[in-house]
Ligand binder design. Sequence first.
Ligand code: C2E
Ligand code: CA
Ligand code: CA
Ligand code: CA
Length: 280
Amino acid sequence: AKGQRQGGYARYHPRMHEQLAERVQLEADLHRAVEHQQLRVVYQPLVDMSTGGVTGVEALVRWHHPQRGVIAPVTFIPLAEATGLIDAIGAHVLREACQQVSTWRAEVPGAETMRLSVNLSAHQLDHPGLLADVVAVLDETGLPATSLVLEITESALIDQHDAALQTLHALRALGIRLAIDDFGTGYSSLSYLHRLPVDILKIDKSFVDRLSHTGDASLVDAILGMAATLGLTTVAEGIEHAHQRHALAAQGCATGQGYHFSPPVDASEVPDLITTALGA
Ligand code: C2E
Ligand code: CA
Ligand code: CA
Ligand code: CA
């Protein structure tokens, strides 16, 4: 009878049942992943577009699942945000990456001024302990606050209330730089942007892609103009081709990131990249 019931259930809601079971399993696994250190950090260089030199790295998390292999953030970050596990994951990534970059700065020739960018989710920004955690990590690892960039997506920034905004102001008062990630995808107005305590706009890959598909530079031009008006520096994301790099550099975007220069790499590969002109 049990088998029949399950068969009947599967007949009526096969996909829903599967997806729910999958989600529950993934959530249980993710709890374990945080405890058992299955989360690793990879690093993607940020590059001075005129020289190809590495100015910093962005920390990006990967989940090394014991059965499924490496799982990309798109699969588990939304779940981590919905369950609140992102606070623990984010704290782990921040600590590990600050420690790593601090070590490179001390030990690798050419890495002395290297910066670190770490992604911050809206949920973390709401977490009352965030500021104290960040201060503690900088203190323990010796990474100067002025060498840390925290990236927050434009959509996450848009509906922040006063407490989160105060946290952003406090982080910035420490000397930490704030970047708006995926800029151009969240419809924020110029007047709203003007009130945010940010330093850097990261131009979303979709605008960089348009440079290839249509040869249309007008949107990128508009974003760079907006950034200049607001006194912000810019980073272009997802640069895959030399012509995109050159178009962006010609329009005044000084820093780039993307497969054209380097994909995200294991920590062990970063020291070699520091002394190489990337995208040559
Ligand atoms: P993001 O912050 O916009 O990061 C850039 C993503 O684009 C990364 O994907 C990177 O591997 C990919 N990418 C870089 N260059 C290129 C390129 O030239 N072409 C293409 N097609 N892709 C490129 P990844 O590592 O899969 O991360 C996806 C997103 O997951 C990130 O987007 C970020 O929003 C989130 N994420 C990753 N790590 C963390 C983390 O530690 N904390 C939080 N809160 N979010 C994270
Ligand atoms: Ca980012
Ligand atoms: Ca981005
Ligand atoms: Ca993105």
